[in-house]
Design a binder for this molecule. Structure first.
Ligand code: ADP
Ligand code: MG
Length: 291
């Protein structure tokens, strides 16, 4: 691209709050054929809310008090939602000790002398918790697109907490705009398969890649690159930074974490997924001008 075309492209982007960090980012944007979107905080608002609580063999408020004590120690977005729900329901505030965070799986702590775990199936499997009594309910909740989190107390399944995180208003339109431009769209998430498939279907995503551990996200990007794709990764979280760096073009959501914004080549200041298609279109316009 000519220096003039780059100035024009950068200016067009800036007007829409699409910040290209350098000229190379504009030129790469022109060649992208595959976009990978992070789910939580990118396609969704990243503000989960508790919708259902199923308790098994324990009073509901006691379950909420135990879980909230663990989640108060966690920095996960799901944790904050569980704590505020439990407090809103009037659950007692208990102290937690021996807190342990397991990235991509969940967390655990000792509360009132009891060992409490909260997280996904993988966490329960590694801790040898039998979840057969709550599995049907978990599957049913997940099939509606909600994130269903399992709870165990002293090694026994004690409940399921479902959380919903609404899609951003323009998420579906953003996927449609990319399809119109001939671009393939994948969604990458640590959330469970059933939840991810449901949201992927609602939004029109081509490929859903679920249950990916935080540290494995960049390897998924590399796999697509090895298959010959020119990949843009769109993300917001600390977890997404290595994948943003690995991608041919890293695109950060403006409302995202500092590390995602610093790592990316492009920043969407309005946090609107529709701006992904606009960024790629500006790139194409810039490069076309020299031919
Ligand atoms: P995402 O990529 O969607 O942000 P993560 O990799 O952070 O997801 O977590 C994956 C899954 O692990 C979550 O969907 C949830 O089931 C479980 N999990 C992780 N941390 C917690 C927590 N503090 N409380 C409950 N569940 C958790
Ligand atoms: Mg995210």
């Amino acid at each position: 691209a000519t220096p003039t075309a780059i100035m024009v492209g950068t200016g067009l982007g800036a007007k829409r709050g699409v910040l290209f960090k350098n000229a190379a980012a504009l030129e790469t944007a022109a060649r992208i054929d595959t976009v990978i979107m992070d789910k939580t905080g990118t396609l969704t608002k990243g503000e989960p809310e508790v919708t259902d609580v199923i308790e098994v063999g324990i009073p509901r408020l006691e379950l909420l008090a135990l879980v909230a004590a663990v989640e108060r120690e966690s920095e996960h977005p799901l944790a904050a939602a569980v704590v505020s729900y439990a407090e809103g329901q009037g659950a007692e505030k208990l102290d937690a000790s021996e807190f342990r965070n397991v990235p991509g799986h969940g967390a655990g702590a000792t509360v009132s002398g009891r060992r409490v775990l909260v997280g996904n199936r993988k966490l329960m499997a590694t801790e040898n918790v039998d979840i057969s009594t709550v599995l049907d309910q978990r599957e049913q909740l997940a099939s509606t697109g909600r994130t269903a989190v399992l709870v165990s107390v002293d090694g026994k399944a004690a409940g399921v907490i479902a959380l919903a995180d609404a899609a951003r208003d323009t998420a579906q339109a953003a996927i449609a705009a990319l399809h119109e431009a001939g671009i393939e769209v994948a969604m990458l998430t640590g959330d469970n398969e059933a939840t991810a498939q449901r949201i992927g279907a609602l939004l029109g995503i081509d490929t859903v890649i679920a249950e990916v551990l935080p540290q494995d996200k960049s390897a998924k990007v590399a796999e697509l690159q090895a298959a010959g794709k020119k990949v843009a990764m769109v993300g917001d979280g600390v977890n997404d930074a290595p994948a943003l760096a690995q991608a041919d073009l890293g695109i950060a959501i403006g409302a995202g974490t500092d590390v995602a914004i610093e790592t990316a080549d492009v920043v969407l200041m309005r946090s609107d997924p529709l701006d992904v298609a606009i960024a790629l279109r500006i790139g194409k316009g810039t490069v076309r001008k020299v031919r």
